[in-house]
Design a binder for this molecule. Sequence first.
Ligand SMILES: [Ca+2]
Length: 241
Amino acid sequence: MKYLKNTLIPLLAGVVLFSSIIEARESKNKAGRYFGVSSLPTDYEQFDVNQWTIDTSNDGRIAVNNVRGIGGEWRNTGVFLIYAQAWWFAGKVNGELRVAGNEFSADMEVGPYGGNPNDPSVRTYNVKKSMLADPLAFADFQEWPADQGAPWVDVDGDGVYTPLPGGTDHPEFIGDQVIWSIQNDGVASKKAISSGLPTNIEVRTTMFGFDRPDAFGDIVFVKHDLRNPTSDDVTDAYLGV
Ligand SMILES: [Ca+2]
């Protein structure tokens, strides 16, 4: 990725670790874990549909250490293999270096570029395929942010998200669990990591995974859609996890 000009750049990064790494103890009960802890504007949610339990957020960080002290746990064993994980983006605007850095905190503002970070609609949305059995019980299913760009299935084809059971639509379950949020690097006062001028990129983040007994159950996928909402080109652009 060398050039970002008002275009969509989907990236797919995989977090892969194999079961042979750890002689895991299966001593804990998944059902006892919380599902959804919110504190706007940063909103934490938990990925926990397969061998991984990962706390994530809507501010550009992938695995966060804020919730339980360490970000990624393997097989509910108390063995944490990820302390914290995030991505960095850098490029040039009018020849000047700009950086969006995220680590134990984030340069990113939550929500869409130019939006209100305190609006409850910019939270981290967390849905599972199992919610199809009782979709009315889950606010993130009912309020799935199709209008913000989250993936969804318009079953009745009318262009409007009308979720089950009142309607026919539902989030697009590209995995057995899908966690979605939007964030932007457009607020200079938020940039505690890089301290520089904003890159002004807007990012739509999709974390998903599969509840399967094979190697897919050992993987967490994270997709980042980077968009440039300004008329200033970002050149010589790089993204790394
Ligand atoms: Ca519809």
